[in-house]
Design a protein around this ligand. Structure first.
Ligand code: C2E
Ligand code: MG
Ligand code: MG
Ligand code: MG
Length: 283
């Protein structure tokens, strides 16, 4: 009796597992097709100084799914990373970003903008990565100072020799390096001084609790002090209220990104916003 019950339980899990695997491989197939059929799109979220002057944007991928509508990256980037599809998808993102920077270079209202691109750890660790970035910069004649790569703390935490030397090569070419979601990875702070970083991005979880969790204000101020003493710019992400922005500003933060100024926007809307007379682009 017990035996057959056990078998039933097993076959139940088996069936569940099969469902999960089937759904994953379907999604994987869909991702492959999305790449071939051009279903990916970049949205642009402005990065501004404390006077709301635009400094640049972060490129954020979206998937315009024929049935499911606009799919957010949290719903497909993890699988893209697991399956290795992040390599071609990431390359598409980089190429689209370079193309955009090249187009903006011809417009005096947009030519001062920088563009930040998210790079997955496995993408950065791929042997061809640096070569591919440099080839794209070359092909689109992009000014390297305009491009920023957002790296994750987990990548940098590893502190692998190869990763660090790759960062130095990119830095030598003038490409900006930013540490995304700073503070979430329990980084040991001492290694930061060995890394050629241009920017730290304070994770939005610290910003959202700035007024409710006194520890977060202390941590944010420590991050700002660290950035100052290492000569690394600090930007706060996820700023949603005027109070958050003002507290950050009075704590010495110089730039932010968040719904308060704007959500991530489709290209034409972003360009309209950047070209508003009141929205001066600062170099
Ligand atoms: P991230 O790089 O930390 O990007 C910031 C995320 O915060 C974005 O979510 C953005 O829409 C959201 N956000 C911005 N301002 C606010 C705010 O004021 N409040 C709140 N609650 N959220 C805000 P999104 O676009 O859904 O992207 C999620 C994550 O997906 C990104 O986090 C990034 O890790 C990843 N991602 C996006 N695009 C790419 C890409 O092209 N390549 C890779 N590898 N990852 C990407
Ligand atoms: Mg990012
Ligand atoms: Mg982030
Ligand atoms: Mg994040």
């Amino acid at each position: 009796h017990a035996k057959s019950g056990g078998r039933n339980v097993l076959s139940f899990f088996d069936a569940k597992m099969q469902q999960v695997i089937a759904r994953q491989s379907q999604l994987e197939q869909d991702l492959r097709r999305a790449l071939e059929e051009g279903q990916f799109e970049l949205f642009y979220q402005p990065q501004v100084d404390m006077q709301d002057r635009m400094q640049g944007a972060e490129a954020l991928i979206r998937w315009r799914h024929p049935e499911r509508g606009l799919v957010s990256p949290d719903d497909f980037i993890p699988l893209a990373e697991q399956s290795g599809l992040i390599i071609p998808i990431g390359l598409w993102v980089l190429e689209s970003a370079c193309l955009q920077l090249a187009r903006w270079a011809d417009n005096p209202q947009l030519s001062g903008l920088s563009l930040s691109v998210n790079v997955s750890s496995c993408q950065f660790s791929h042997p061809a990565f640096v070569e591919q970035v440099l080839a794209l910069m070359d092909r689109y004649e992009v000014c390297p100072q305009r491009l920023k790569l957002e790296l994750t703390e987990s990548l940098v935490l590893d502190n692998a020799e190869e990763v660090v030397s790759r960062m130095h090569v990119l830095k030598e070419y003038g490409i900006g390096l930013s540490l995304d979601d700073f503070g979430t990875g329990y980084s040991s702070l001492s290694y930061l001084k060995h890394l050629p970083l241009d920017q730290l991005k304070i994770d939005r979880s610290f910003v959202s609790d700035l007024f409710t969790d006194p520890t977060d204000l202390v941590i944010v101020r420590a991050m700002l002090a660290l950035g100052r003493s290492l000569g690394i710019c600090v930007i706060a992400e996820g700023v949603e209220t005027v109070d958050q922005r003002n507290l950050l500003a009075s704590s010495g933060c110089l730039s932010y990104q968040g719904y308060l100024f704007s959500q991530p926007l489709p290209l034409t809307q972003f360009e309209q916003l950047a070209c508003r007379p009141a929205c001066l682009v600062v170099d």
